[in-house]
Write a protein that binds this ligand. Structure first.
Ligand code: N01
Length: 530
């Protein structure tokens, strides 16, 4: 066995393609392995009606090429899934990335070969590669939950999972449709499907907070204005806690005069989408500040819903705003004012089973032509641990992470030399504009790999101590926030049996980048390189 390639990246989504571009520019031969027959990652799979990004298009895009950002013309403030997929394909063509992407290649196992100081990577179909470095760019929301209710096999209608939406058009016109799940996916598809279906029932287990997207077409004037100052916009994003470019008001929400605060919330509600939670610095940190914001959001939700019973059910209860990821919606709550839409509270009347013709709850039986699962994902670790990753001494990553994911900087794991993660647990990831934090990590990794090559360092491994310190730091920062107050996918509560640990890094995109920079300045301390 001999080494075939410098770097193998797993996953041809936004992160994997960007990594390919960056590593190639630095002269590291790179191959991307992708399970699907198309590039695009989540934007290839989540083709459900209404799917769009909840980060503004100008910010949910690569910053690595000024030409690219000047050339590309976004049509809407929040781009739809087809537009984002077109963008990703444009980037792949524009930078000639496809020649190094191997589609239809599902990796089964990757094993560290100490004698070669390299990874042996095996695809399910028997193909094999030996790579000096292995980079996981498999996404955080890419392993959908296989939710199955009893009796589903007997159901004669159609079952569709939002994250595996068919490529051919699904005709919902005049159909009786059920949506199970009211996270971002359910919230986005509900208003669109309500327009098509004869009847729509939305099965809600937990009411979530949602703020309006305030979507709009991008005018030529706005496009010109953004492009004229794009560098400053990018720097603002990189230097903001969220990667969205919002710098919160540095005062506590509790200190501000009530009228002034109401005006600030109102302005943020009408324009900022996801940035609403950053109106004041402590909305996600302090219970009193959060209670004020939560009250405002509940008031706004209530104003949109006519029926008092439905209104009450749609109001989030028992957890602070933002501690489960809020949705950003386009008319979700008003949709429940339509005659053809109803909300089914499955905490009150749980689903018992599927029947041949529909769904039976503890209260009633309902008939549906189509049932859509929008029940979410095995978040952060699902797609990583699906691959059998075997490190030093034959220890698997599943074993190493049995108590929850541990890493140094969210990038490397002790016992797994030359293995690196993008957007993984222990990094800002889903608490940030993930494209911004991923580009930071990729820039840093490029520099690390180049440094190692230039210094003849074949083996890069996070030290045990550095990893323990990083895990302690991640937990310490999490304890400063309200995230630990709520069972959510941030803490592994979305899957039964998953270790309950806080997974992303809550110290912010800017703070995280500074720590990466300091590590590099100190000659990559925390890594043993030989
Ligand atoms: O998944 P979710 P999602 N029976 O986990 C319910 C990103 N995203 O696909 O909360 C019945 O948020 C579950 O109920 P509960 C974004 O980061 C972004 O919607 O567990 N219901 C919940 O209501 C987002 O946060 C965009 O009680 C069940 C829902 O299903 C993340 O992806 C668009 C159930 C799952 O919500 C995930 O969003 C879409 C069961 N057995 C997604 N199991 C953008 O805009 C779960 N539920 C970029």
């Amino acid at each position: 066995m001999s080494v075939d390639v410098d770097v193998i990246v797993i996953g041809a989504g936004l992160a994997g393609l960007r990594a390919l571009y960056g590593f190639r520019c630095e002269g590291h031969s790179t191959i991307v392995l992708e399970a699907s027959d198309e590039i695009g990652g989540v934007w290839n799979f989540n083709r459900y009606p209404g799917a769009r990004c909840d980060v503004e298009s100008f910010d949910y895009s690569y910053r690595f090429s000024e030409e690219l950002e000047q050339e590309w013309r976004w049509s809407e403030r929040y781009a739809t899934q087809p537009e984002i997929l077109r963008y990703i394909n444009h980037v792949a063509d524009r930078f000639d990335l496809r020649r190094d992407v191997k589609l239809n290649t599902r990796v089964r196992q990757a094993q560290w070969e100490e004698a070669l100081c390299a990874w042996r990577i095996d695809a399910e179909d028997g193909r094999r590669w030996i790579a000096r470095r292995l980079v996981m760019a498999v996404g955080q929301l890419s392993t959908p939950k296989d939710t199955v209710y009893p009796g589903q096999d007997d159901y004669q209608g159609r079952v569709i999972y939002s994250a595996r939406w068919p490529r051919e058009p699904v005709d919902l016109d005049g159909k009786r449709v059920a949506i199970i799940g009211t996270g971002s996916s359910g919230v986005q598809m509900t208003p669109v499907i309500a327009e098509q279906a004869a009847h729509l029932a939305v099965f809600q287990r937990t009411a979530n907070y949602s703020v309006p997207a305030a979507n709009a077409p991008v005018s030529d004037e706005e496009d010109r204005a953004v492009k004229a100052a794009y560098r400053e916009r990018r720097e603002k994003a990189r230097n903001s806690p969220s990667g969205l470019g919002f710098i919160p008001d540095p005062r506590s929400a509790t200190e501000v005069d009530a009228d002034e605060r109401e005006r600030a919330f109102e302005a943020a509600w009408n324009r900022l989408g996801f940035g609403f939670s950053l109106t004041y610095k402590d909305i996600l940190l302090d219970e009193d500040a959060n209670a004020i914001a939560s009250e405002f959001v509940c008031r706004k939700i209530a104003e949109q819903v006519e029926d008092p019973r439905t209104r009450d059910k749609l109001l989030p209860k028992g957890f602070p705003f933002g501690t489960r990821r809020p949705s950003v919606d386009s008319g979700y709550f008003k949709t429940f004012n339509r005659d053809n839409v109803r909300l089914v509270d499955i905490r009150e009347t749980p689903i018992e089973r599927f029947t041949e013709t529909g769904i039976e709850t503890t209260a009633e039986s309902m008939d549906f032509d189509v049932v859509i699962y929008a029940t979410g994902f095995d978040v952060f670790t699902g797609s990583i641990l699906k691959i059998d990753l075997v490190g030093t001494g034959g220890r698997t990553l599943s074993e190493a992470w049995a108590g929850g994911p541990a890493s140094h900087l969210g990038i490397a794991v002790h016992g797994f030399p030359n293995l690196f993660f993008i957007g993984g647990p222990g990094s800002p990831s889903l608490l940030s504009n993930v494209i911004v934090s991923s580009e930071e990590q990729i820039d840093w990794l490029e520099a690390l790999l180049t440094y190692a090559r230039d210094h003849d360092l074949d083996r890069i491994e996070a030290t045990k101590q550095a990893q323990a310190d990083w895990v302690a730091h991640v937990n310490e920062r999490a304890r400063e926030t309200l995230y630990l107050k709520t069972p959510s996918y941030y803490v592994g509560a979305e899957m039964p049996g998953k270790p309950q640990v806080f997974m992303p890094y809550s110290g912010g995109v800017r703070g995280y980048r500074r720590l990466l920079e300091k590590t590099a300045e100190r000659g990559y301390d925390g890594f043993e390189m030989t």
